[in-house]
Every structure is written in C-alpha cells, then in structure tokens.
Ligand binder design. Structure first.
Ligand code: G3P
Ligand code: CA
Length: 234
C-alpha cells in the first residue's frame, strides 16, 4: 500500500512547509501530499483560506500581499512556500499530490507546474492533482486528458465511486471515516485506485490494506510503514 505524507510529514513538522516536505523525503514516503491556494499569479502551500491557524498572520490570504504572506512564520521559523519551492524541494524523489484548495486559473496552474517540472526534471507521471472541487478536476481533464487526477470525497455517495469514474480520475480519495469494503469494491470495479485519508491508526492501516486500498495519506509516514510491517508479520 502506497504511503503519502499528508501535508508533508505533518505530525513531525509544521504542515505544508518545506521542513514537512523534507522530513517526508527523509522518511522515504512513497509520495507527498500538500495543499495549494492561488494568490494572484502565484500558488502557495497552505491548507486554510484564513492565516491564523497555521501562521502568525491574521486575515485571509487575499487580504495580504504575497510579500507579506512570505514574511509570516508558518511554524518553527518556516515560511509559507511557493508551489515552485515545494516542487524544487521534492524534485524527482517521489510522487507528488497537489491538492487544489483555492485555485481560480486552472490553465495558469497547469502551465506553472509543467514549466517547473521541466526545469526540475520531475516526470509528469509523478504529479497527481486532487480536489474536493470537482469542477476544477473537470477543467484539468478538459485541458489535458492525460493529466492524472484524484477525486476527493468526504462522503460515501449513494452511487459510491461513480462520480470519480465520470471525471476520468485515476484515484478516488475518501475520508477514512466513511470507507468500507463496499466502497473499495465499487471503486475497484470501476477501474479506479482507492486512496484513504487521514490514516494514522495501525488497526485502520491493516484493515484498509486487507480491503485492497491502494494508498493512504498519513501524518507520520514512517510510523505507518512500521505499523504495517509489524501488523502484517503477526
Ligand atoms: O488529500 C487528502 C486530504 O488531504 C484531504 O483533506 O483537509 O487534509 O486537505 P485535508
Ligand atoms: Ca490536503
């Protein structure tokens, strides 16, 4: 089962910072997930539209200039990274899941990432875009049908993974609270890979693995790997 570091190794370093990304790389996570907002013509790593939970700033991200956001402390003296800095930090070392939180200009984002990947020698196949905003995912596919997407859901829809199949997603990524065997089975029947977030409990990891879940998003990737190794050897 593929292990993504959730918001970087966010149990060990401030979420969505370069330190969290570096920690995930040092833990040899299979992939790293982080959250992205658009700020004018730039993209930054942050989970919330409002600054106060993860930085020493106040207000929402659009109320500050980029230079002001970049001067904030995102924890442990870390700054709010740009998407380019994040891609540069990870490079070709592992898979990258860019979760789109607040993105207004999809063509700009795709060009930005394509250019960065070229500059940084990151294979296109390493990039997976995901979002709860399925309109954004549809817009990505309309521009570039070979771009990999993962459809996020915090629900268990009546027709299970159908919406993700309709979006031509590679992954459906669902909240651990609502994932059961039927949901995983349905996703598989539709030819989708199933990802589950956020999974840090060993019992959950083992259960999901036994159902054939393809990927989990973990705040502490190393602990997840150790837990899976321990539990599987019993
Ligand atoms: O991509 C999975 C997960 O990160 C989605 O939820 O709130 O942690 O961004 P959230
Ligand atoms: Ca996320």
């Amino acid at each position: 089962m593929f292990i993504y570091a959730h918001r970087g190794a966010s149990a060990l370093a401030p979420e969505n910072t370069l330190l969290a990304l570096r920690t995930a790389i040092s833990q040899q996570a299979d992939g790293i997930e982080f959250d992205v907002f658009q700020h004018q013509n730039e993209f930054i790593l942050i989970h919330d539209r409002w600054l106060h939970r993860t930085t020493n700033g106040i207000g929402n991200i659009d109320s500050l200039l980029l230079e002001q956001i970049r001067k904030l402390d995102a924890g442990a003296g870390e700054t709010v990274p740009t998407l380019f800095e994040a891609l540069q930090c990870i490079g070709p070392s592992c898979q990258i899941n860019i979760e789109l939180k607040g993105v207004r200009d999809v063509p700009l984002l795709l060009r930005y990432v394509q250019d960065a990947c070229k500059t940084l020698s990151i294979p296109r196949t390493h990039i997976l875009y995901s979002s709860f905003d399925h309109h954004l995912l549809k817009a990505i596919k309309a521009i570039s049908k070979n771009t990999r997407i993962g459809a996020l859901t915090a629900n268990k829809p009546l027709d299970y993974a159908r919406f993700a199949e309709d979006l031509q997603a590679e992954f459906i990524n669902a909240d651990v609270t609502f994932v059961d065997k039927n949901f995983v089975y349905d996703a598989k029947q539709r030819g989708l890979k199933m990802g589950v977030y956020t999974v840090d409990q060993p019992e959950d990891l083992l259960r999901l693995k036994s159902w054939g879940v393809d990927a989990v998003f973990c705040n502490n990737p190393l602990n997840a790997r150790l837990a899976l190794a321990d539990l599987t050897s019993d």
